[in-house]
Write a protein that binds this ligand. Structure first.
Ligand SMILES: [Zn+2]
Length: 61
């Protein structure tokens, strides 16, 4: 299995506990993990992998 950011690699949302889907490119070269349940947006990053890492680094609510 490739070591890429994907659903299985993302921690649940710190706000609502929903496990988000992949990070998405929300702007040109700007990626973040969005929570589809509560509309929270994870830290912005320059690529999908980093966005996922930053999302996972957030402290639990
Ligand atoms: Zn959420």
């Amino acid at each position: 299995m490739p070591d890429t950011a994907n659903c299985a690699g993302l921690r649940p949302c710190p706000f609502c506990g929903t496990r988000p889907a992949n990070a998405i490119e929300i702007d040109v070269a700007t990626w973040a993990v969005p929570c589809h349940a509560c509309q929270a947006i994870g830290p912005l990053a320059g690529d999908e992998r980093r966005a996922a890492e930053l999302w996972n680094a957030r402290p639990a609510a």
